[in-house]
Design a protein around this ligand. Structure first.
Ligand SMILES: Nc1nc2c(ncn2[C@@H]2O[C@H](COP(=O)(O)OP(=O)(O)O)[C@@H](O)[C@H]2O)c(=O)[nH]1
Ligand SMILES: [Mg+2]
Length: 241
């Protein structure tokens, strides 16, 4: 069984469409799956509306409504815990803003046959970004290179949020000890997956910038990533040189 964890914050123009499209992909590919929306009390009422939608979709759409904006990292963790509780074998992370194409889900599942974490990568052959502003591209590229070098990881897209984890990975990593709240969550998870001895594979994805709503990227998120990488390095002296 597959669970797709979709964090949302002010995604009122996106969430219904993305849910519908994921369900079409499930149906067309005979995937037994569900969707878990994790909303942080979005002022635009995304959470309230998602809750309403889920009432007509029992066992297909689940909604976790949190009280306030508590960050992407803890939203994913709440979604992961729910997915494990529901018995998912494969757990996806995906953005709700159509930057990640639901039609790639079957390629992830194929790649999962011989790996424990599959990362959708913008920075390998066949991968790309579409309509992304130059400054975001630079930060993303630089961020991956920075984290990859300091943590000695052979991964080309460390901040990608389009991923699939095998259940065993999320069971082994202590989710309550994750330190990142923002996008460095992705770096920390990849690092801990590797450290726990699991196999990571990248597959190419085309990342398209959102058409509706606004990005929640911020300076705070940037600086968090900058420092978390060093924290991880010093906490894990066993990283090979
Ligand atoms: N629940 C929750 N979702 C968030 C939070 N921050 C971002 N998101 C969601 O996470 C996904 C990625 O965020 P986005 O703003 O699109 O980042 P970008 O694609 O890097 O510009 C989107 O679906 C957002 O709605 C948060 O603090 N809480
Ligand atoms: Mg986005």
């Amino acid at each position: 069984m597959v669970s797709i964890v979709l964090p949302t914050y002010n995604e009122v123009d996106n969430f219904k469409k993305i849910v519908r499209e994921i369900l079409t992909v499930f149906r067309d590919n005979n995937i037994n799956g569900n969707i878990i929306i994790v909303d942080d009390n979005s002022p635009d009422q995304t959470g309230v509306m998602a809750q309403r939608l889920s009432e007509n979709m029992p066992k297909t759409l689940y909604v976790i409504n949190r009280e306030a904006k508590m960050g992407l990292g803890s939203a994913y963790i709440a979604g992961f815990k729910k997915a494990l509780f529901l018995g998912a074998d494969y757990i996806f992370e995906m953005d709700a803003d159509f930057s990640h194409n639901p039609h790639s889900i079957p390629s992830f599942l194929k790649a999962m046959k011989d790996s424990d974490l599959v990362i959708g990568s913008r920075y390998i052959n066949g991968g790309s970004t579409k309509n992304w502003e130059l400054y975001r591209k630079l930060i993303s590229r630089f961020g991956t290179l920075y984290a990859k070098t300091i943590l000695k990881l052979e991964i080309n897209d460390l901040t990608s949020g389009f991923r699939c984890y095998k259940r065993q990975v999320l069971e082994k990593i202590n989710l309550d000890q994750i330190q990142s709240d923002g996008y460095s969550f992705q770096i920390e998870m990849a690092f801990k997956t590797k450290l726990a001895g699991f196999k990571i594979k990248e597959i190419p994805i085309v990342f398209a910038d959102r058409k509706n709503g606004i990005s929640k990227f911020s300076k705070k998120i940037f600086w968090e990533a900058f420092t978390v990488v060093w924290k991880l390095r010093f906490q894990n002296k066993e990283i090979k040189n």
